[in-house]
Design a protein around this ligand. Structure first.
Ligand code: DX5
Ligand code: ZN
Length: 223
């Protein structure tokens, strides 16, 4: 597996009154992807934004847009998110009845397809789906809100998934989302994560230096 660790700012913690500027700061600050949290008020107790906002972000950046769909029946919406400009789309295994078909649909639309597991969802879902997915997103908080505490048992889940993927020669990146900060980035990278999503820890203070710190901690752990 590639040793590099990508940093994906989650725009959930950005200042929405000046979204284009915040996106630009992420881009200039060295973000590898932009993580966009789509919540429906059903699968999670919060509502964020939909396709029009994704399309507006698309017009303001060339960065890869990583859309994390926290919505029930995500298969109903994947096409419209790709049309809005999403490059990567991940769906929750808990919210998607026909995962194989949905992953195929996402790929057929030209996007990368990811699966997401909530903090206590058995890893076996990822074992079954990994060969049909372009990445696996491990939630390290219950989805719905930014700024929550990292759930410590997530570390051993990342480790176990990384070992399983390596054993099966599957070069599938592991993305980690929720409570990622400078304090735990090294441990998360060490456990085998490839992509770190971070909201509160990036948008609180200087975006550029927060991205640099996260990357440096993660890469040092990989060296
Ligand atoms: C939570 C979202 C996350 C969240 C991460 O439901 O999926 O992407 O924005 O934010 P922090 O890093 O603040 O936990
Ligand atoms: Zn997310």
């Amino acid at each position: 597996m590639n040793r590099s660790v990508l940093v994906a700012p989650s725009l959930l913690s950005a200042d929405f009154t000046r979204l284009a500027e915040q996106v630009r700061l992420c881009e200039q600050g060295g973000a590898d992807l932009l993580h966009l949290d789509i919540m429906d008020g059903r699968f999670v107790p919060n509502i964020t934004f939909g396709q029009p906002v994704v399309a507006a972000i698309r017009r303001s950046t060339t960065l890869v847009l990583d859309c994390h769909l926290m919505i029930i029946e995500p298969e109903r919406y994947v096409q419209s998110f790709v049309e809005a400009g999403a490059n990567w789309i991940s769906v929750h295994v808990e919210a998607c009845a026909h995962l194989h078909r949905t992953l195929q649909t996402i790929r057929s639309l030209g996007a990368r397809a990811g699966i997401v597991l909530n903090p206590l969802t058995p890893l076996e879902y990822a074992f079954e789906a990994a060969e049909y997915a372009d990445y696996v997103l491990i939630m390290s908080v219950e989805p719905g809100f930014g700024g929550q505490q990292f759930i410590p048992s997530s570390l051993r889940r990342i480790e176990r998934l990384r070992q399983w993927l390596d054993r099966h020669d599957l070069a599938v990146p592991i993305e980690v989302d929720g409570g990622v900060s400078a304090e735990n980035a090294a441990d998360i990278a060490q456990a085998g994560a490839n992509i770190l999503v971070s909201g509160a820890a990036i948008f609180n203070g200087s975006i550029e230096s927060n991205i640099a710190t996260l990357r440096q901690k993660a890469m040092a752990a990989r060296a």
